[in-house]
Design a protein around this ligand. Structure first.
Ligand SMILES: [Zn+2]
Length: 461
């Protein structure tokens, strides 16, 4: 069936930006919890699936974000809950790639969205030790198993992809493209031999795809010819929040709100970019007009980037943005919607020492009933949050930390192993689920079971 039912073809379903933020303010934690409790009573087959991916959202990130969000609301923090923590169904997910113990987002997104594991760095291509075999399968024979977009569209469903990263980045790319390398984002990344073999860039595959709604960053990866080919098909292209809000609701839309990744939530106020919740609200309003239902993937892509820079503050703020997007979905989506929240992989992010209850989560460790900061063996205070590796290693010459230093939004937490960039971690990540079909989410699961679960509950082939 077409993207939108005819009855809604000329009716704007967009709320003004002010109304959106008011809705979000009203949609506090209690109402989100109530909504999820109601939906948890449903079993069976959903009409729609909304999948949230917090890129790099390991369990320690969820715990720290819960406390951060609670403390930002004047609570002690530890007892607070994020909206998706009220979901009934929960599993632990094994994230390894076929050739990597600690995975990357390309292989993990392929597992989550397409239902099979592959090599680190590969997007929707079956794994092989010989890359020429992968090139032949993906580019020449185009024989890779179909993307989630393809199978959902074949069933008549509308498809949306949202990311605060570049839309050509590994996770969103796995919704609609096949690429032997995640780095083939734009045309100039395709070397001659690969072009001869029939490989095309991820950007080109997006504008040639059947995706109905794609909102995120990455304008620089799209050539003018890419944008032209999109609008020549009669689709809408927008570059800021105002134009997005004013755009017709009955046409396919591509929104690219930043040259590269969208801004961190902590820095977004100075931009014309929509929030993750704004984009989620708009997407559900539009996609839900399709009488056959929809599949929507929403990625909080920059939690991962903040962690790579050992900047816990920006990771926490982007986690709050993800939580608000989940609240928006809970408030809008009907009882016929399976909502899942997961991570592609974890990070070497840790919460440690013995800080007292209610100690500021971004702060220095003070033990229960102590007035003084706890000192490490080097005689200097230390933070609750830290990273196993990364670029800000603590050394004998490090200046003793003060509260002002560590509460600064630009502060980078300390690391043990010196690396240019902090790395992913290999332990399991959580999957939270509510709505029809969510009862299948339980125990310890392989990550590729998620992709197969989506196909099974929606009866996609
Ligand atoms: Zn990463």
């Amino acid at each position: 069936m077409p993207f939108y039912s005819k009855s809604f073809a000329h009716q704007s379903v967009l709320l003004p930006a002010i109304a959106l933020s008011t809705l979000l303010l009203l949609g506090g934690c209690n109402s989100a919890a109530d909504a999820s409790a109601q939906k948890n009573t449903e079993t069976g087959s959903p009409k729609n699936v909304i999948l949230f991916i917090g890129d790099g959202m390991g369990v320690s990130t969820v715990t720290a974000a819960r406390i951060f969000d609670g403390q930002s609301k004047g609570k002690s923090g530890e007892e607070h809950s994020l909206a998706f923590e009220a979901f009934d169904n929960l599993a632990l997910i094994k994230t390894y790639n076929t050739n990597a113990q600690v995975p990357d987002s390309a292989g993990t997104a392929t597992a989550i969205l397409s239902g099979y594991k592959t090599n680190i760095g590969a997007v929707n291509v079956k794994p092989n030790v010989d890359e020429t075999v992968m090139v032949k399968e993906a580019c020449t024979d185009k024989a890779s198993p179909p993307t989630l977009t393809k199978v959902a569209k074949a069933k008549g469903k509308a498809v949306g992809v949202i990311s605060t990263a570049r839309l050509t980045h590994a996770t969103p790319a796995a919704m609609y493209s096949h690429s032997v390398s995640r780095s083939w984002e734009t045309d100039k990344d395709i070397k001659d031999a690969m072009a001869v073999a029939g490989c095309t860039s991820i950007a080109q595959q997006l504008v040639e795809s059947d995706v109905d709604l794609a909102l995120g960053g990455g304008r620089k990866e799209f050539t003018d010819a890419h944008i032209q080919s999109w609008t020549d098909q009669g689709h809408i292209y927008v570059a800021d929040f105002a134009d997005l809000s004013d755009s017709p609701a009955d046409q396919r839309i591509l929104g690219l709100f930043n040259s590269s990744h969208m801004s961190f939530e902590a820095d977004r106020a100075e931009t014309n970019e929509p929030s993750l919740a704004d984009m989620t609200t708009l997407a559900i309003n539009r996609l839900s007009q399709d009488e056959d239902g929809y599949v929507l993937m929403v990625e909080a892509g920059r939690v991962d980037h903040a962690h790579h820079g050992t900047n816990a503050y920006r990771a926490m703020r982007d986690m709050q943005a993800l939580n608000e997007a989940v609240q928006a979905a809970l408030a809008q989506a009907g009882d016929d919607t399976l909502i899942m929240v997961t991570a592609d992989h974890s990070h070497v992010f840790t919460m440690s020492g013995y800080p007292m209850r209610g100690n500021p989560i971004m702060g220095l460790v003070k033990r229960p009933d102590s007035e003084d900061y706890e000192l490490a063996k080097d005689g200097k205070p230390y933070t609750t949050l830290g990273y196993h590796n990364g670029s800000n290693q603590r050394t004998a010459d490090s200046v003793p930390l003060t509260d002002n230093m560590v509460q600064d939004p630009d502060y980078r937490q300390e690391t043990a192993i010196p690396l240019g960039s902090e790395t992913h971690a290999g332990e399991d990540v959580p999957l939270y689920a509510t709505g029809p079909g969510s009862e299948k989410v339980r125990g310890t699961m392989e990550q590729d079971e998620i992709g197969r679960l989506i196909r099974e509950v929606l009866a996609l082939n």
